[in-house]
Design a protein around this ligand. Structure first.
Ligand code: NAD
Length: 317
């Protein structure tokens, strides 16, 4: 598996990253043993980057990931773990200094780790971005000095949250951003922001290559926020691939992975077969390249909804 540098962190992360939200049964129930086997298989196939949050399954994802990583019985430096703070199932959003401090201690316990490589502020568009700049990030800097986290990240859906924060913190304060659902065949708007992010020296992670289930044969979960138009266009794209004996998941993975400015693509996986399929998609991209004919056909189907997204959080102008 190709390792790519992550901004200025010095970390070398696998281009396919393991999204652990399915380990918290965020999409559909995933048995603990299946989740643990998926992590083991991912690591065996060269994936070294694992992403979770206390929000996924109300800490369940962190706990299962922690068990799975421990069971690998490899040196801690062989894998890179990102978790998040500020978003919780019961409490909602809380990015206060006090909650974030408590959060990292809880996460380290859930994960059975002494430190995490990255701590992200989870979905910052739901709160005052000035709080993130003036209270949360300075607290994370202290956690860095204390050795509980190595790097600081921010995540969310609207792309303007990243420029808002990065324009207001000293250079090098935020190490990484995690964007999701903006580097998929239906929405590639992250690419417009990449030159700005590079100029800030920030590592770029893109999550949800399958647009949070829109491109899977089982379809999106009940809570998926896309409009009916987006959902039906994506469903039509999946059906088109199926009719040609092709896999939409493979095409979608390859589309996200093809952009090397993005250090890692986090795909959510809850079974060995999903891990194997997604790593095969990566390998085939390296070997054969993309199926350009099917890609063009799918792009034509998705054209009416291209770059349409959905509202998330407060509208930060
Ligand atoms: P995704 O687009 O990666 O889709 C995941 C869904 O697709 C899951 O139901 C999974 O079981 C299924 N799947 C995966 N591979 C498959 C395959 N080959 N065939 C059929 N189905 C397959 O969406 P995601 O899980 O939301 O995103 C990936 C990860 O990125 C998350 O797990 C999380 O770690 C991270 N993420 C973070 C944020 C944030 O910080 N705000 C938002 C979204 C995602």
């Amino acid at each position: 598996m190709e390792l790519r540098p992550l901004g200025n962190t010095g970390l070398k992360v696998s281009s396919v990253g393991f999204g652990a939200s399915p380990l918290g049964s965020h999409y559909s129930p995933v048995a603990e043993d299946d989740g643990i086997a998926a992590v083991r298989e991912a690591f065996r196939l060269g994936i070294n980057f694992f992403d979770t949050s206390p929000y996924y399954g109300g800490t369940l994802s962190e706990k299962v990931l922690g068990k799975a990583l421990k069971a690998l019985q490899v040196p801690r430096s062989d894998y890179i773990v990102a978790t998040k703070c500020g978003r919780y199932v019961e409490e909602g959003f809380d990015f206060s200094a006090e909650r974030v401090r408590k959060s990292i201690d809880e996460s380290l316990e859930n994960l059975q780790l002494d430190y995490v490589d990255i701590l992200h502020c989870h979905d910052i568009e739901f709160v005052s971005l000035d709080q993130i700049v003036n209270e949360t990030i300075p607290t994370l800097q202290k956690l860095k000095q204390e050795g509980k986290i190595r790097f600081i990240g921010i995540t969310g859906l609207p792309l303007n949250i990243f420029t808002y924060v990065l324009d207001r913190v000293p250079p090098g304060t935020v190490d990484v951003i995690l964007s999701y659902c903006h580097l998929s065949i239906n929405d590639s708007t992250l690419l417009d922001l990449v030159p700005y992010l590079k100029s800030k020296g920030v590592g770029v992670i893109s999550a949800s290559p399958l647009s949070m289930g829109l491109f899977t044969k089982q379809g999106p979960p009940e809570w998926h926020p896309a409009s009916p138009e987006i959902k039906s266009a994506c469903k039509a794209a999946v059906a088109h691939c199926k009719s040609k004996g092709k896999k939409m998941t493979k095409l979608a993975m390859q589309y996200s992975l093809a952009n090397k400015e993005v250090s890692s693509v986090f795909v959510g996986m809850g079974s060995v077969s999903e891990v194997e399929e997604n790593v095969t998609a990566y390998r085939e991209l390296q070997g054969l390249g993309m199926d350009q004919e099917t890609l063009s056909e799918v792009e034509a189907i998705l054209e009416p909804v291209k770059n349409l997204t959905w509202p998330s959080g407060i509208d930060h102008k």
